[in-house]
Design a protein around this ligand. Structure first.
Ligand SMILES: [Zn+2]
Length: 192
């Protein structure tokens, strides 16, 4: 079963570099190629959490990922890496929901233009990455359909039981969530 994510931004941006593209630039990081997908976007674009999870890491890596964060979805054992941000207003241990704004895009680290670099990895129950010998230190593409199913705007894609939960708690925001879920189901059918 593919793991479920939502798109990490609203709208669409140029997919400027695909996962796995081979370049000497990545050899120095011990990689077979580009360990993520890049999207060119204006500085300060809102970056949304693709999963329900906990902030696993917030760090500055000036020669590589720049200002980056990782969010761990422990329900799906899925880790996401979001890099080259201009600002991150979260701390390690913070809990986020899919669709929450988690950062603003930027041009920090090894980056020549403002863009988002995003990749996913499977983890064990302790949050540590698995398959770290896959040539990409465990990371894989959000477009790997055997592993990832992308929802356009699901508010709660990683929670399998999210719809029943909404019915049990009929608050106003719960109804909105339910309507969004239904819209997502329609969008999903249209896309497949
Ligand atoms: Zn990249």
């Amino acid at each position: 079963m593919p793991k479920k994510i939502r798109m990490p931004f609203k709208g669409s941006y140029k997919h400027s570099q695909e996962f796995g593209v081979r370049s000497l630039a990545y050899a120095r990081f011990g990689l077979d190629g580009h360990d993520g997908d890049d999207f060119l976007m204006p500085l300060g674009t809102k970056i949304l959490s693709p999963v329900n999870g906990i902030v696993h890491r917030v760090k500055d890596d000036p020669t590589g990922w720049g200002l980056y964060l990782r969010i761990w979805d422990r329900k799906q054992n899925l880790l996401v890496n979001l890099c080259h941000m201009s600002s991150i207003n979260l701390h390690e241990g913070d809990v986020v929901k899919a669709g929450d704004e988690v950062a603003r895009s930027g041009n920090t680290g090894n980056s020549s233009a403002p863009h988002l670099h995003i990749a996913f990895a499977d983890t064990g129950g302790d949050g540590k990455r698995l398959n770290i010998d896959n040539g990409f230190k465990g990371w894989y593409s959000m477009y790997d359909k055997t592993r990832i199913q992308i929802y356009v705007g699901a508010p709660n894609p990683s929670a399998e039981n999210s719809v029943p939960t909404v019915f049990e708690v009929p608050k106003v925001d719960g109804w909105m969530a339910m309507i969004n879920q239904k819209l997502d189901l329609i969008l999903e059918k249209l896309m497949t």
